[in-house]
Design a protein around this ligand. Structure first.
Ligand SMILES: CC(C)(COP(=O)(O)OP(=O)(O)OC[C@H]1O[C@@H](n2cnc3c(N)ncnc32)[C@H](O)[C@@H]1OP(=O)(O)O)[C@@H](O)C(=O)NCCC(=O)NCCS
Length: 273
C-alpha cells in the first residue's frame, strides 16, 4: 500500500471533515478551527494518505515558549489500529526537528486510552495532570477590586514560588494548550491587563477566543484561602457567560472552586518528549 504524509491544503477540508465529523459523536472541535489553523503560519496541519485517500490528520504549532504543540490527531475510524497515527506523528516530529525544534508537548484526556497508548509509543512521557473546572451558574456579586499587575519582575517570582507552579510543571493553560510560564509569556497577560491579584492570590486570564466564545479562561491561579475566595468571586462575577479554570492535580485551589459550585469538566495529561 502507498502511504504518503504531506501538509494540508485549504481544499482538503471536505475530505477531512467527512471522517472528523464522526469523532466523539460529532462534537469534535476540528471543524471550528480548521480555517484558522490552515491560515496560521505558527502551525501546520499534516494529512496522511492511503492510496491517495486522506485517512488522517494532525496539527503542530510553534509556541512562544519554544515548544512544539501537537494536537488534533484524527484517524478515520475504519483505518485505526494500523499504525497510521504513529507514522504521521513521527513524520511531523522529524519535520519540526529538521527546522531546529527539540521539545514537544501534547495533551489528552485521562480517559482516552487509545491516544495515551499511541503517544506513549511515540516516546511521550506523562509529566503532569490538569483538571478543568467550569462555572455556568448565575454570577455572584463583585465585592472586591482586583489589582492589575504591571511589573513582570515582581510577578514571575511570586508565580514561581507558588504550589501551583510546581504542580503544573511550570505552565499555564489556554485553549487546552500548555505554555511555559516565563517573562515573555507572562508579559502578554500584563500587557492585556489580565494578570490580576488580590492579596496572596493571583491569576492569569484570557478573554474569549475562537475556540471558547463568551468564556473567560483562568489560565493559571494560585493563592491562599480567603484571598483566593475573593479572587474567585470576582472572576465568577465577570460578564462572560462561561468561566473555565485550569487547575493542576493536587492543588488546594480545587476545594475553593468546588465550594463556589464549579464542576469538573475533565482531567487531562500533559505529555512531553
Ligand atoms: C488516537 C488515534 C489517533 C490513534 O490512531 P491509530 O492510527 O489507531 O494509532 P496507531 O495504530 O498508530 O497506534 C499505535 C499504538 O497505540 C495503541 N493503540 C491504538 N489504538 C488503541 C486502542 N483502541 N486501544 C488500545 N491501544 C491502542 C497500540 O499500542 C498501538 O500499537 P500496536 O498497534 O503496536 O499495538 C485514533 O484512535 C483516533 O483518531 N481517535 C479519535 C480521536 C482522538 O482521540 N485523537 C487523539 C486526541 S488527543
Amino acid at each position: 500500500v502507498k502511504i504518503r504524509v504531506r501538509q494540508a491544503r485549504k481544499d482538503d477540508k471536505d475530505d477531512v471533515m467527512s471522517f472528523v465529523s464522526k469523532t466523539w459523536g460529532g462534537s469534535d472541535y476540528i471543524p471550528k478551527v480548521w480555517d484558522k489553523w490552515i491560515k496560521d503560519r505558527n502551525g501546520r496541519i499534516h494529512v496522511i494518505e492511503l492510496e491517495g485517500k486522506i485517512v488522517g490528520m494532525n496539527r503542530i504549532s510553534f509556541l512562544p515558549d519554544g515548544y512544539c504543540w501537537l494536537q488534533g490527531a484524527r484517524i478515520h475510524p475504519e483505518y485505526r489500529g494500523k499504525g497510521l497515527a504513529t507514522i504521521l506523528g513521527l513524520y511531523v516530529i522529524k519535520w519540526a526537528e529538521g527546522l531546529g525544534f527539540k521539545k514537544f508537548r501534547l495533551s489528552c484526556s485521562v480517559r482516552n486510552y487509545p491516544a495515551i497508548a499511541q503517544v506513549s509509543k511515540m516516546g511521550f512521557k506523562e509529566m503532569k495532570r490538569i483538571s478543568v473546572y467550569s462555572f455556568k451558574g448565575r454570577p455572584g456579586s463583585r465585592c472586591v477590586e482586583l489589582k492589575k499587575e504591571i511589573n513582570v519582575k515582581e510577578l514571575i517570582p511570586r508565580i514561581e514560588r507558588s504550589r501551583e507552579f510546581k504542580l503544573s510543571g511550570g505552565v499555564f493553560w489556554c485553549d487546552y494548550v500548555a505554555v511555559s510560564i516565563n517573562r515573555d509569556t507572562v508579559e502578554d497577560f500584563i500587557r492585556e491587563g489580565k494578570a490580576l491579584s488580590y492579596g496572596s492570590a493571583l491569576c492569569l486570564l484570557k478573554d474569549s477566543t475562537e475556540e471558547f466564545e463568551n468564556t473567560v479562561q483562568v489560565c493559571f491561579i494560585t493563592g491562599e484561602d480567603e484571598d483566593l475566595e475573593h479572587l474567585c468571586d470576582n472572576v465568577l462575577s465577570m460578564n462572560e457567560e462561561n468561566k473555565i479554570f485550569y487547575v493542576p492535580r493536587g492543588s488546594r485551589v480545587i476545594s475553593t472552586l468546588k465550594k463556589k459550585g464549579l464542576t469538573r469538566e475533565g482531567c487531562f495529561i500533559l505529555f512531553e518528549r
